[in-house]
Design a binder for this molecule. Structure first.
Ligand code: 5GP
Length: 334
């Protein structure tokens, strides 16, 4: 099984703010806190969830709660109170499959004794049934949100969808593109864990390869004068996408899931799955900011590129260009 983000944090491959550590347990700050104090207490031993606990783990889990108690005291929240929860599997809302406990505190956290929604009673009126179903859905979301630190947003996020103007694109093109210069990815964005699993259909260079050794080595070209535009997100079509790739160094991100990425991707792309972009923040922050960022996903209605762009934007990256045709269009053009 693929190593989780927590195994990589424990191995110090990914930075985190460590609050406590001993031979068996580490406690870190959650990267996307759901309360003023949100710590993750993680047994170092690889245990996937509560459901895979064994008798031999009993003492370790007991110690987790003692660490939680001590951390709550250390942060001065013990008297007001706090919550220690763990999510198990899909319906429990677990996203990282390495056992961990959330310590939440710093504000009233609400009650957790809501009843699970019951199925609506049979009724002759379809309108009434429909109303009950909507109500049940709202109740379920409310229960989920009150019990789960990773809450469902009440309103679907609307992303910025501004088409890049030709002058915005021209700004990032080298003064005199070299004829015949093909794609020139400089894949210096951190490589997703799934990058190693890239299939034979992929031609992307390994992250350790310098541009000079990469298969799609850029041709010599005049240096473009890059001016960062933090937070700028624009949509582009195929022509602009290809021109920007020919113009100079860039980050190319494939925002689709790991499996699709492994089946094939645009050369030079690294995989940052849009659904988990938040968890890649430590990787992303280490990336150089001296180049444009190009993102694509499936094309069509796919919003994964926008998820990634949104995270990058929050951390001051830009300009970010989203190739809306995505993988679907790219394949038809090659
Ligand atoms: P789960 O949803 O599995 O119960 O909790 C996983 C938690 O891990 C989430 O609250 C999420 O914000 C946090 N998380 C995910 N990736 C990272 C990371 O790279 N660093 C830190 N510190 N927390 C992370």
């Amino acid at each position: 099984m693929e190593r989780t983000i927590f195994e990589r944090i424990i191995a110090r491959e990914i930075p985190s703010t460590i609050e406590y550590e001993d031979d068996e347990i580490i406690a870190i700050r959650d990267i996307a806190p759901s309360a003023p104090l949100h710590l993750l207490i993680i047994p170092k031993r690889v245990i996937r969830s509560v459901d895979t606990l064994e008798q031999a783990d009993a003492e370790l889990v007991g110690r987790v709660f003692l660490v939680a108690r001590d951390l709550a005291r250390k942060h001065g929240v013990a008297e007001d109170g706090y919550r220690v929860v763990t999510n198990c599997n899909d319906h429990g809302g677990q996203t990282v499959f390495h056992l961990h406990f959330h310590l939440l505190a710093g504000q009233p956290l609400g009650r957790m004794n809501s009843q699970a929604p019951t199925a609506p009673k049979a009724s002759s009126s379809m309108l009434f049934e429909g109303g009950l179903l909507v109500l049940a859905a709202i109740c379920m979301a409310a229960v989920f949100n009150s019990m789960n630190p990773k809450q469902i947003p009440w309103v679907k996020k609307e992303y910025e969808r501004t088409q890049a103007t030709s002058s915005e694109i021209e700004r990032y093109l080298a003064p005199a593109p070299v004829p015949g210069a093909a794609q020139g990815a400089v894949p210096s964005m951190p490589t997703a864990p799934t990058e190693q699993a890239t299939s034979a259909t992929s031609t992307s260079p390994k992250p350790s390869e310098t541009p000079a050794t990469a298969a799609e080595k850029p041709a010599e070209r005049p240096k473009s004068t890059f001016v960062a535009e933090p937070g700028m997100v624009r949509e582009i079509g195929y022509e602009a996408f290809v021109r920007l790739m020919s113009a100079g160094p860039f980050h190319l991100i494939d925002a689709r899931g790991a499996e699709k990425f492994a089946e094939g991707h645009i050369p030079g792309a690294v995989n940052i799955y849009g659904g988990e972009a938040q968890s890649r923040i430590p990787d992303i922050l280490q990336s150089p900011r001296d180049r444009v960022i190009l993102i694509y996903c499936d094309g069509g209605e796919c919003e994964l590129s926008h998820h990634v762009a949104d995270v990058l934007k929050q951390f001051g990256f830009g300009p970010i260009f989203i190739y809306t045709g995505g993988w679907a269009e790219w394949q038809t053009k090659r």
